[in-house]
Every structure is written in structure tokens, then in C-alpha cells.
Design a protein around this ligand. Structure first.
Ligand SMILES: Cc1cc2nc3c(=O)[nH]c(=O)nc-3n(C[C@H](O)[C@H](O)[C@H](O)COP(=O)(O)O)c2cc1C
Length: 178
């Protein structure tokens, strides 16, 4: 297999884990939603999720101030809305109204669920030690919701620069991982 050198600036697109999520926050009476693909599972139970939220984002301020958020998982039907939420700032726009997303009350946090997403994870920030260095937040999932009708959801996986893979075929193999 002949290979060519690959630009370092594009490496993230190779390892992009997905699924793309919509991170919601609520701060000073304003709900906001931002698109996020840089996240990773860190523990089974309680579920811990590490994620990068840039210090430039409106969501960063809300997350630091409230230490609460929801990770909402969209499917391909919401791709355009997800991109819009990732290309605009809650500082200037009410993204729920502008992009036609429905905020629904969460059980344990003030941040809203995005009703259109098939799964919603209510989270608390439990570790901020890498925020100054990497904008890396560790979240604990406190409560999780799922649409029981969702089978093999067509989640979005960002390959960089506006290119997405849509989850497709599901295969099952013996695995020692839980
Ligand atoms: C597909 C996609 C994935 C993104 N992933 C991240 C991410 O993981 N971390 C991040 O800080 N910003 C990410 N962004 C950028 C933010 O969503 C974007 O800057 C957004 O406007 C921030 O909104 P806010 O200012 O309302 O918080 C992503 C954008 C897109 C389109």
C-alpha cells in the first residue's frame, strides 16, 4: 500500500470519534446550544465523558459558571441544524428559535434537552483540572434519556471541514468489552 504524507492540520478528521453532539447550557436565563465533536468516553459507570469546549465560545462561559450541561445526540435529519449551531454564537443568536430546535425541561439540570435528538445526557462538570491547559472538561452523566423507538440511529460523525459520515450498518461480534 503506497502512502503519502498527510497534513497534520487534518489529522483530527481521521480520529474523529463522533457522534456529533449538541451541547446545551443555560445561564442567566439564556439557553444555548453548540455543536461538539471532540469528546471521549472515560468511564463506564457512572459514565464520565471528556470534552473540549473552546474558551472563545459562549458555551464555555456558561459551562464554567453553572457546571451543568446536556449532551444531545442528533441523527442525520438534524445535520443542517447541527452545522448551523456550530457556525453561530449564542452571544448574538437564540439558536433554538433561529434554527427551529425545541428546548424541553431536563430532570436534574437547568440546561434544556433538545427534544428532536433521539438521546439526551444530563451532565455535571466533575473535573476542571485540564480546562486551563486544554479547554478539557470532565463531565459525569447524571441522567440519560433515549427514544425507545430509535433502532440503529443514523448518527453524524465529523470528518473535518464540513464533511460527515452517517452511521450505517451495524454488526455484532463477540467482545470482552462490556
Ligand atoms: C461539526 C462541528 C463540530 C464542532 N466541534 C467542536 C468541539 O468539539 N469543541 C468546540 O469547542 N467547538 C466545536 N465546534 C465549534 C462550535 O460549535 C462553534 O464555535 C459554536 O459557534 C460555539 O457556539 P457558542 O458560542 O454559542 O458556544 C464544532 C462545530 C461544528 C460545525
Amino acid at each position: 500500500m503506497a502512502k503519502r504524507a498527510f497534513p497534520l492540520s487534518k489529522v483530527y478528521g481521521l480520529l474523529e470519534p463522533g457522534p456529533v453532539v449538541l451541547l446545551t447550557t443555560a445561564h442567566k436565563g439564556r439557553a444555548n446550544v453548540m455543536t461538539m465533536s471532540w469528546h471521549t468516553m472515560m468511564e463506564f459507570e457512572p459514565p464520565l465523558v471528556g470534552c473540549i469546549v473552546s474558551g472563545r465560545h459562549f458555551s464555555f462561559d456558561a459551562l464554567v459558571a453553572t457546571r451543568r450541561c446536556v449532551l444531545n445526540i442528533p441523527t442525520a435529519e438534524l445535520a443542517a441544524k447541527a452545522v448551523n449551531c456550530g457556525n453561530s454564537s449564542g452571544r448574538r443568536v437564540d439558536k433554538f428559535k433561529t434554527f427551529g430546535l425545541t428546548p424541553a425541561p431536563a430532570a436534574l439540570v437547568d440546561a434544556p434537552l433538545v427534544a428532536e435528538c433521539y438521546a439526551n445526557l444530563e451532565c455535571a462538570v466533575v473535573d476542571t483540572r485540564w480546562v486551563n491547559r486544554y479547554n478539557f472538561f470532565v463531565l459525569e452523566v447524571l441522567k440519560a434519556w433515549i427514544d425507545p423507538a430509535a433502532k440503529d440511529p443514523r448518527t453524524l460523525h465529523h470528518r473535518g471541514r464540513g464533511v460527515f459520515m452517517v452511521a450505517g450498518e451495524t454488526i455484532k461480534l463477540p467482545s470482552k468489552m462490556k
